[in-house]
Design a protein around this ligand. Structure first.
Ligand code: C2E
Ligand code: MG
Ligand code: MG
Ligand code: MG
Length: 282
């Protein structure tokens, strides 16, 4: 009959939809278990001041070693964690783990932690941050939180209140992936950001397209006017570094300087750097 046709068409897609739904459910179950079992780890990517190449901080980045699927990058499971609500316990764990690690670093180097908008919608974020600092005795100024422009899309007054409460703990706030999202100068001006991270998309073709140098120069100028530190992310080549220095960018992060590394390596890097500084002073 005429009615059987569309039904048959729909049914033929069901196995694929089922398989994808099943995969998602399995992944969610595995992620839940991974959080409970402590199977997630943080790697740390160094950030350098461009002027004198001083090591100024590390960004904590989540890594999940899945028993069967191998290394799952955060881009594949953070969205799942956000959809399922798992981002709340996961985000709290990341904050505690990063603060615990930074508190034992051999020199006062800042740790940066990424936050999802969902963590702002869930009450208790400020308390979670305060607890993570207090439990491990990390001074607030050694913690930086990275948020993206998508955070600013929702209830601006409430977001501003939370960001100011976080600043009240001495913690600094960076605008991550700047220039790719829902940016508005009004928001930049209104919210208490201390840092702008220029998105990798702008850095990638720096050196190939002179207009990108102008964009970078504009962001650097904007940061200067607003009293914010400007960081370039995804720096991979000497040529990009040279152009960033020329435009007056403050800090850099990228494979040219170092990939995200296990905690022990980050600690060793800080120790080596502070030894070198002591030798310079002596
Ligand atoms: P992001 O915060 O913008 O982090 C920078 C990403 O760029 C990282 O990818 C880093 O490994 C990568 N990267 C750094 N330098 C270079 C470079 O020179 N070249 C290239 N091609 N890539 C570079 P990763 O670790 O895969 O993280 C992806 C995203 O996942 C992060 O982007 C962040 O949005 C999210 N994420 C990671 N950890 C967490 C977390 O603990 N919580 C939340 N909410 N999100 C996280
Ligand atoms: Mg980030
Ligand atoms: Mg980023
Ligand atoms: Mg990014």
């Amino acid at each position: 009959t005429a009615r059987a046709e569309p039904d048959a068409t729909i049914r033929s897609f069901e196995p694929a939809i089922d398989a994808e739904a099943r995969r998602q459910r399995e992944l969610e179950r595995d992620l839940r278990a991974a959080i409970a079992d402590g199977a997630l780890t943080l790697h740390y990517q160094p950030q350098y001041r461009l002027r004198d190449h001083a090591l100024v901080g590390f960004e904590a980045l989540l890594r999940w070693h899945h028993p069967e699927r191998g290394m799952i990058p955060p881009g594949d499971f953070i969205p799942l964690a956000e959809r399922s609500g798992l981002i709340i316990p996961l985000g709290a764990w990341v904050l505690r783990a990063a603060c615990a690690e930074a508190a034992r670093w051999p020199a006062p180097v800042r740790v940066a932690v990424n936050l999802s908008p969902a963590q702002f919608r869930h009450g208790g974020l400020v308390g979670t941050i305060a607890d993570a600092l207090a439990t491990h005795g990390l001074p607030g100024h050694l913690l930086e939180l990275e948020v993206t422009e998508s955070l600013l899309q929702r209830d601006a007054a409430e977001t501003e209140r939370l960001l100011r409460a976080i600043r009240g703990l001495g913690v600094s706030i960076a605008m991550d992936d700047f220039g790719t999202g829902w940016s508005s100068l009004a928001h930049l001006w209104r919210f208490p950001f201390s840092k702008l991270k220029i998105d990798r998309a702008f850095i990638r073709d720096l050196g190939h397209d002179p207009r990108l140098s102008a964009i970078v120069a504009t962001i650097v100028g904007l940061g200067r006017i607003l009293g914010m530190t400007v960081v370039a992310e995804g720096v991979e080549t000497d040529e990009q570094a040279r152009l960033l220095a020329q435009e007056g960018c403050d800090q850099v992060q990228g494979w040219l300087y170092g990939r995200a590394m296990p905690a022990e390596e980050a600690r060793a890097l800080i120790a080596a750097q502070s030894d070198a500084n002591q030798r310079k002073v002596a």
